[in-house]
Design a protein around this ligand. Structure first.
Ligand code: ISL
Ligand code: CA
Length: 550
């Protein structure tokens, strides 16, 4: 297996709007992030991913980019960015950007030119079509509700937007557009950024205009999906992009690729194919048959099945990313078990899995504090465009209380609530009014308090991150699961990580009930970390332990 810096890294995702506000306007910013670098250094992470910080009208909080080479005014200036990058590097941390190139804002000069100058150079930068009997060119729907097309009288044509009405899909079949994108990527790489997380990169190749099938739209109702998920020229574009930009730098790429499956994942990340380094696979973020907006308890025994498959079958030519949370998903602890009494042990169990399995861990801000979902009171407290549109749509189909229940189960704002830094006003996030409501409970659950408490979720993460960074066996070691055949041990997940004579053993109880402990290890061993202070003959709720076999 090839050794790479990004396989050994522990990554941390920052949602800048909600991380730290340096100037009291209620919005997190680049200086805020810079002020928190010592915190991140103490935690031990060494690869930072920033959600978009580019100039944007914020219809989708920065995922609608107006200028790829400019910093969003609310977040600061390019000087602030350069200073952040330099200081991250000086502290031994790499920094990757969010690359959003499936679409731009409708306020991007390319779109404005495409719209107003139909014979100009940007004519075919977007996906324009004539209407069908005065209506949309086809029946595709947007991820954010409603038809995926806007009509523009200026061209008497419709333009495709798979996301919000202000996020216009780029036409990747146009080589001139692709060149613009590669030049932009180069510009950032030349500046010294260490790579990119690539937003909905699996959508960039569309296969034409045919109507979407109702049957294939699936539980999420995405009619048209079969025409642009992993489209016909995706691999060609990824390989070209790598050749023309990333490939000439020591940069890492992580594709955001929903609805993936192992075969496609291997095709995207196999070293020999030179497309992407890693992908984010969402296949196990919900239990089978469930979607994010269903109110249910996630059963971790399903995660075990998924991990057993991927850890054993993904091969040595591919490398996984490991994550439970990001800015688009509710908090994992709340999904699995919202009971506050088990929050800490459960958060530590998830940390144990994420930091002892094979793959690069991506921790989402606040996960290291064990943050839970927010008890939003009504749709008025919700900012997210996806939630607001979906709420409107659902209210047409069901009583508004029921619609609200679905939004509350799945809204992306759970993860976007500002970081609680201390027990002071607004959790120390801002001296002003936070742009989005804080989660209740920051008075007792915040970074400062957890840093003082040696038993906190924060300290557990810190110790585990250090353990992983010091032990190549936890990075490159073979994965060897045990106790798979006994029904008695269906609730536990136990495995070894083995490399060059070093051996770690991990045992986890995936349930909220006590369960028999599998036979203990024989021979000399040392416990490296665990989420219960005392040893016991059984595994307690969500118990997790890591031993080194000596
Ligand atoms: O595909 C999905 C469900 O099957 C979605 O979760 C999809 O992956 C997701 O909405 C894409 O997210 C990314 O692109 C969006 C942006 O709003 C998100 O914040 C970003 O992470 C559009 O840029
Ligand atoms: Ca600010």
């Amino acid at each position: 297996m090839t050794r790479k810096w990004w396989k050994e890294a522990v990554a941390y995702q920052i949602y800048p709007r909600s991380f730290a506000d340096s100037n009291g306007d209620g919005v997190g910013d680049l200086r805020g992030i810079r002020e928190k670098l010592p915190y991140l250094k103490e935690l031990g992470v060494n690869l930072l991913w920033l959600s978009p910080v580019y100039d944007s009208p914020n219809d989708d909080n920065g995922y609608d980019i107006r200028d790829y080479r400019k910093i969003m005014a609310e977040f600061g200036t390019m000087e602030d960015f350069d200073a952040l990058l330099a200081e991250a590097h000086a502290n031994g941390m790499k920094l990757i950007m969010d690359l959003v190139v499936n679409h731009t804002s409708d306020e991007h000069p390319w779109f404005q030119s495409s719209l107003r100058d139909p014979d100009g150079p940007c004519r075919d930068y977007y996906i324009w079509h004539k209407g069908r009997d005065g209506k949309e060119p086809n029946n595709w729907v947007s991820f954010f509700s409603g038809p995926a097309w806007n009509y523009y009288p200026e061209r008497d044509e419709w333009a495709l937007h798979l996301f919000s009405k202000k996020q216009m899909d780029l036409n990747w079949d146009n080589p001139a557009l692709r060149r613009e994108v590669y030049d932009m990527i180069d510009w950032w790489l030349a500046k010294g950024v260490d790579g990119f997380r690539m937003d909905v990169i699996n959508l960039i190749s569309k296969d034409g205009l045919a109507d979407g099938s109702e049957a294939l739209a699936g539980a999420i109702g995405l009619r048209g999906i079969e025409h642009y998920f992993y489209g016909p020229r995706l691999h060609e574009y990824l390989a070209e992009m790598r050749r023309e930009s990333f490939g000439r730098y020591d940069a890492v790429t992580v594709g955001e690729t929903a609805g993936l499956g192992m075969q496609m994942s291997k095709m995207l990340t196999a070293e020999s194919r030179a497309e992407l380094d890693m992908v984010f696979n969402f296949d196990a973020l919900e239990n089978p048959g469930k979607t994010r907006f269903d109110d249910y308890r996630y059963d971790l025994r399903y995660l075990k099945k998924y991990l057993l498959d991927w850890q054993q079958n993904y091969g040595d030519n591919c490398w996984m990313s490991l994550f439970f949370e990001n800015h688009d998903n509710p908090r994992m602890v709340s999904k699995v078990n919202p009971d506050p009494a088990v929050r800490a042990p459960l958060a530590k169990l998830l940390a144990t899995l994420q930091l002892t399995l094979k793959g690069t861990p991506f921790i989402y801000q606040g996960q290291e504090l064990g943050l839970a979902n927010v008890d939003f009171a009504s749709i008025n407290e919700i900012n997210d465009v996806e939630s607001r549109n979906l709420y409107q749509e659902l209210c047409g189909k069901m009583p508004s209380e029921e619609a609200w229940k679905r939004i509350l189960a799945g809204t992306r704002d759970h993860a976007r609530a500002p970081m609680p830094w201390n027990a002071g006003p607004n959790g120390g996030f801002t001296a002003g009014t936070p742009w989005l409501r804080m989660a209740d409970g920051w008075q007792t659950c915040n970074a400062a308090d957890e840093m003082r408490d040696p038993d906190s979720v924060f300290h557990y993460y810190k110790k585990l991150i250090a353990l992983r960074r010091e032990n190549p066996a936890l990075v490159y070691g073979a994965f060897r699961p045990v106790f798979l055949k006994t029904k008695r041990h269906a609730d536990v997940f136990c495995y070894f990580r083995v490399l060059d004579g070093r051996k770690f053993y991990v045992e986890c109880n995936l349930t909220a009930h006590q369960t028999p402990r599998p036979a203990p290890l024989s021979g000399a061993q040392a416990k490296r970390i665990g989420n219960y202070a005392e040893e016991a003959p059984v595994l307690r709720p969500y118990e997790a332990n890591v031993y080194e076999v000596l």
